[in-house]
Design a protein around this ligand. Structure first.
Ligand code: 5GP
Length: 204
């Protein structure tokens, strides 16, 4: 093959972005980790999910989530606008928009997503090249403490989240990587190593 043909075919295979999916029991500290990673790695884009859950104090529409009504969410499902969606804790719908992510990857932009376990499984099926990272809380006792301290959930919601967490802990083996969040800086470094190594991967 001539040199020019080789370089043309290289151009045709412009680098596609990687998709890093972070999931784990609620209270594992994954949101804090994800925020810090996004701050420190400017090459990572954040996929803002859609949700029907009410906005919490301090949250901003379009930054933390796209807050939409049940009717709007159902309309988006019917139109096939989600890469994945889930009914989380049997309470509210959460979903990842499809088009934006596809465009970003095609442009070579790396994307970070935070979803529940069901969402991570759907993404594995729909985007087999996605990298799945499981964030483990230090222990169930610590998880319980974190959920209580957060003070955003009712005792009933906490019980529900803990039951979900117990089930989710067993799912770590379905993921590509697991990072234990016992110490935030160490866990953050773990995430950075994973993203760094995946960017150097030759074949996906
Ligand atoms: P929270 O209400 O605390 O912000 O999030 C509740 C749960 O919904 C978390 O486990 C979070 O990972 C999950 N979640 C957030 N966005 C999405 C999404 O787009 N898809 C799915 N499947 N889960 C999501």
């Amino acid at each position: 093959m001539s040199r020019s043909r080789t370089s043309n075919s290289r151009k045709a295979q412009a680098r596609r972005g990687i998709v890093v999916v972070v999931a784990g029991p609620s209270g594992s500290g994954k949101s804090t980790l994800v925020k810090r990673l996004l701050n420190e790695d400017r090459r990572l884009g954040w996929s803002v999910s859609y949700t029907t859950r009410p906005r919490r104090p301090g949250e901003r529409n379009g930054r933390d989530y796209h807050f939409v009504s049940q009717a709007e969410f159902q309309r988006m499902i019917r139109r096939g606008e989600f890469l994945e969606y889930a009914h989380v804790f049997g309470l509210n719908y959460y979903g990842t928009g499809k088009n934006w992510i596809r465009q970003q990857i095609a442009r070579g932009r790396d994307i970070l997503l935070e979803v529940d376990l069901e969402g991570a499984r759907s993404i594995r099926r729909r985007l087999p090249g996605a990298i799945l990272v499981f964030i483990e809380p230090p222990s169930m006792a610590e998880l319980k403490r974190r959920l209580r301290n957060r003070k955003t959930d009712t005792p009933q919601q906490i019980r529900k989240r803990l039951r979900t967490a117990e089930r989710e802990m067993r799912a770590a083996r379905e993921f590509d990587y697991a990072v234990r969040n016992d110490e935030i800086d160490r866990a953050l470094n773990g995430l950075k190593y994973i993203v760094g190594a995946e960017r150097l991967r030759v074949q996906r």
